[in-house]
Design a protein around this ligand. Sequence first.
Ligand SMILES: [Zn+2]
Length: 192
Amino acid sequence: MLIHIQPPPAPKPFELEGPFDLERCVAALFYASGSQVILEGGMRPDGGVDLLTLHGGRSTVIQCKYWQKAVGVNEVRELLGAKIDFQASDATFVSTSGFTENAELFARRNRLTLIDANQLQTALTRYSQTREFSEAFAYFSRKCPKCGGTLVHRQNAASKEPFWGCSSFAHTGCKHSEPYDRRLLEPRAKAS
Ligand SMILES: [Zn+2]
């Protein structure tokens, strides 16, 4: 008797909806690969990063750019500044496009990790179906209790104070806001 083995269906490319979606996805990727993740939201008035992860005694600062154009050397230089400022062991830049040649040279000289669109898609294909990914993505997706929109990090224009604001503000004028906090997610203890 012939046994037909169906080849597994090709995984669908993961679709990102916007900048905050990228931040949450990268947070969930690092969580799914076993890191403790802190969503910083880039909201320090003196320069920040989007994420901070801790894994095996090493800390990594992460900057994400939801861009069509290549990320240049200035942005990568800022990441090196943040790495020093946070006294982090490593630094990673995630781009939805790519990086200029100068940015790549600078990153190589300074041992910074660059993740471009292709590498991001590979990681998303590998991890986005996992329970850990969904768990972390949901945890970092806060919903507005008034309209059901997503709460995102925003900054008061005058005082520079960060807060969680409703993403529907621009469309519906929903003014719901919540005090800012750093969202932290501990990796669950692995069942042995
Ligand atoms: Zn709202």
